[in-house]
Design a binder for this molecule. Structure first.
Ligand code: GAR
Length: 210
């Protein structure tokens, strides 16, 4: 599939995907001059800035976004630090083909500042979730999760770096699983894994051993 990665910041997940040879055809950023754009350039991937400051209206913004995605024949979308809420029209156009990474074990700590929230609540485990995007905020069907422990005394910086490591490991693998047809969104809105593949079984075993 032709993937677009939508970004808005550091771009470390974009970097992880490009390192894992995910077939990224396009990067779209909702902010100008962010490091993610430099990463796209370094890998020779076309990057477009659709600055949210220039199109304030959410519907108009997504119409422009979909035009760009259509023009580049994009078939699947990965959100990576894209801090905007997609309209229901955009979600419907790509249902089952838009995924997001979120730095918590959803449904705990959705929205912004998930890491701060986990830290402030004093939970002893948090983690990373990769999910299909639906109309809600961080509410879509969960594809895969990776728990991350928070031992007593751990600094927030150390936690952040562990969360990022987990994201960079898990997200490209899940995108590849979608790409290979190992997992998809069923018509009933449930996530369906094709466990008949030998590789899926061994991949799962590896993931769950950690
Ligand atoms: C990631 O930690 C991702 O989980 C988070 O933004 C960061 C982007 O980092 N996304 C959310 O909180 C979405 N609700 P990156 O730009 O370095 O990939």
């Amino acid at each position: 599939m032709r993937w677009a990665v939508l970004v808005g910041g550091t771009g470390s997940n974009l970097d992880a995907m490009l390192r894992a040879n995910v077939p990224v055809s396009l990067v779209v950023s909702h902010r100008a001059e962010v490091p993610a754009l430099g990463i796209a350039e370094r890998y020779g991937v076309l990057a477009v800035v659709l600055d949210s400051k220039t199109i304030r209206n959410r519907e108009r913004y997504d119409e422009a976004l979909c035009k760009i995605l259509d023009a580049h024949h994009i078939e699947a979308i990965a959100l990576a630090g894209y801090m905007r809420w997609l309209t229901s029209e955009t979600v419907a156009a790509y249902r089952g083909r838009i995924v997001n990474v979120h730095p918590s074990l959803l449904p705990a700590f959705p929205g912004m500042h998930a890491l701060d929230q986990a830290y402030r609540h004093g939970v002893r485990w948090t983690g990373v979730t990769i999910h299909f995007v639906d109309e809600g905020q961080d509410t879509g069907p969960i594809i895969m999760q990776q728990p991350v422990p928070i031992p007593p005394g751990e600094s927030q910086e150390a936690l952040e770096s562990k969360i990022h490591m987990a994201e960079h490991r898990l997200y490209p693998q899940v995108v590849w699983a979608l790409e290979r047809g190992w997992v998809h969104l069923g018509v009933d809105g449930r996530v369906i894994w094709d466990l008949s593949h030998k590789e899926v079984e061994s991949w799962m075993r590896g993931l769950y051993l950690v």
